[in-house]
Design a protein around this ligand. Sequence first.
Ligand code: AMP
Ligand code: TRP
Length: 329
Amino acid sequence: MAQRVFSGIQPTGNIHIGNYLGAIKNWVELQHKYDSLFCVVDYHAITVEYESDLMHKRVLELAATIMAAGVDPNKAILFVQSSVPEHTELTWLLTCITSIGSLERMTQFKEKSKRQKGGVFAGLMNYPVLMAADILIYKADLVPVGDDQIQHLELTREICRRFNSMFKEVFPEPQPILTKAARIMALNDPTSKMSKSIEGSYISMDDDDQTIRQKIRRAVTDPGPQGGEMGPGVKNLFTLLEAFGDAADVKQLAEDYKKQSLRYSDLKATVGEAIVEKLAPIRHRQAEILAKPDTLTDILVEGGKKAQKIASETLAEVRDAMGFKMPQK
Ligand code: AMP
Ligand code: TRP
């Protein structure tokens, strides 16, 4: 049987090129090799303050971006987390075998808690349990993630081992697939990662050509090529060029850098064009998909049904293993 891949992304608005390179782009390749499920994880997005009246729009936009980038709903199962309630039921069951200490130790929990002005709710702490449920309910073998999610995946593995040893060997232990562009740095501060919560740090998947070029022109670099180790800003531009541009340009500009003859304005122009060239068609396809909301909804509903079939089978095994024997209607 083909190995199974699961991954998710939150509909929090402003999907940026870090999310694209760190997640979605790899999904496109993985769908050809594995039995894949890709999920818009809307229940994760409510663990911090959010705008409920924008939620549905964001879910559709993100699903459209994922498809526009090349995920084919006939190859992979593409669906919305909240349409498969089995995820939340499994979350409860797993919550009961997850220690509070390990949840409190999560770096992302600590960071996000600091930013919550209206109070820190239990959902934020339990976020990694929901993520574990997402993965385990499909018995996924492989989980492509950026390096910021490795800690959550480790916790998933811990929960998986505990369940299997306490009750029954139900779940395979999922392995991470670390994506090539595991960390794209902020354009205005290349020592921290590109993030939608830092204004000026990202290029959004919705940015038009001019905006993309302008943002790259303004990217922070350093005074000039030194020939030795690249500074973080220049390195980040090269990472972007490797991801979006062609190998010949990367080679040429890297040689120029070594010879200390590289002009950063040339590097930026090449990077800017490379990004524009890759993103413009994705943006146009996304608009076409969004112009037919009924078709998109049908695709997601269909994906949800396929996912639910697998999820409900696993959940039945889990309930049985944990001692719940009442028949389900
Ligand atoms: P987020 O929206 O931050 O929850 O992230 C969604 C996905 O994008 C996850 O798989 C992250 O690992 C990935 N991601 C987020 N920011 C970056 C970044 N700056 N570089 C690479 N991947 C990222
Ligand atoms: N926590 C992930 C992020 O913020 C999103 C996510 C939720 C996920 N469930 C998942 C990723 C399961 C991989 C597998 O990026």
